[in-house]
Design a protein around this ligand. Structure first.
Ligand SMILES: [Zn+2]
Length: 328
């Protein structure tokens, strides 16, 4: 990892802030932070990369707790370069690897937890990836499950096969998909049961000043289930975390998070009605004073190079969120 050229940043960053100094809130979204590069999860940052990114936020931006930032956005008192750090799903590495880095730089963060996977659970996509990781032979034949026969002799082939299978089963009914994943699981050895946090790790995050938010129980695409089911998913994750942490859970992240595709205005209203104070989507852009606090946009630069990361993060401050709050 090349070091961030401070001289360029010192000259460029203030210029760009001056250009984009009006009230704008950038919310970063992460899922995992890995001890080293994992070819099966090439998009996830390593601890070293995450450390560099947090150092950039610490030195050149203004990291804020999410609700604090939302409040300042409403009041018109948001500092230039305001940024929030968020994580989705509740991976154990958030507590093991990300938290020490966040503490090192004093960066507030919010972790949105899907409570149904705590204490040994696994998300369906992770089960597929872990089966493929553990494949030993040249092929994985899933034709009897109405899938294909995949070449898995090399790491590249295993990565490709995992992507292909995820693509093929992504849009199945959740129950059918889970049943299919359970069949696929039988083709591999015992899969890891420590990918997601335990209750104690969630408590550890909270004790260390990290805000915990809700992210449903089972991570369903809300737009694909009925309203009663959606209400239970949202409410039960909130209640579980409130009982665990003995505090109110005020922020929510929609699973997958694309407006109109993964959730609708009805879910937005439901989240508001259930007592949350703000919610985040995965729509790209920055929040403004006109943004809907229950559909705040998020964006994370994917660049590994520190300067490119900083430049893309700055460029995002120009990307105004179109999801405007409507009165009433
Ligand atoms: Zn998620």
């Amino acid at each position: 990892m090349k070091s961030f050229p401070a001289s360029i940043a010192t000259r460029v960053v203030p210029l760009v802030f001056n250009a984009y100094r009006s009230q704008r809130l950038s919310i970063l979204i992460y899922h995992r932070v890995l001890p080293q590069r994992d070819p099966m999860r090439a998009a996830e940052p390593t601890v070293e990369e995450f450390d560099t990114q947090m150092r950039i936020l610490h030195e050149y931006f203004q990291p804020l707790p999410l609700l604090d930032a939302v409040e300042k956005l409403e009041m018109g008192t948001l500092p230039n370069g305001a940024v929030c750090v968020t994580f989705d799903d509740g991976y154990a590495d958030n507590e093991i690897h990300a938290m020490p880095v966040l503490k090192k730089y004093g960066i507030p963060a919010t972790v949105f937890v899907s409570t149904g996977f705590l204490n040994g659970g696994r998300m369906w996509n992770d089960s597929v990836i872990e089966v493929l990781r553990s494949c030993k032979g040249e092929v994985l034949d899933l034709r009897e499950l109405d899938l294909d026969c995949y070449s898995v002799g090399s790491t590249e082939q295993r990565v490709h096969a995992a992507e292909r299978i995820l693509q093929q089963i992504k849009h199945l009914d959740p129950q059918d998909r889970l049943a299919l994943v359970n069949e696929i699981r039988k083709r591999g050895p015992k899969l890891p049961d420590d990918l997601m946090m335990t209750d104690a790790q969630v408590q550890s995050l909270a004790q260390n000043g990290i805000t915990i938010g809700a992210h449903t129980v089972n991570h369903p695409i809300l737009a694909s289930i009925n309203n009663d089911h959606a209400r239970r998913e949202i409410q039960e994750s909130k209640q579980y975390l409130e009982a665990l942490l003995q505090t109110s859970i005020d922020v929510f992240a929609y699973p997958n998070g694309r407006p109109e595709l993964d959730y609708t205005a009805q879910h937005r209203d439901l989240v508001s009605e259930l007592g949350f104070k703000a919610a985040v989507s995965t729509h790209w852009g920055v929040g403004t004073r006109l943004s809907d606090n229950f559909q705040l946009p998020r964006f994370t630069p994917w660049d590994r190079h520190p300067l490119k990361f900083a430049v893309r993060l700055l460029a995002n401050y120009r990307n105004i969120d179109p999801l405007i709050a409507t009165p009433g």
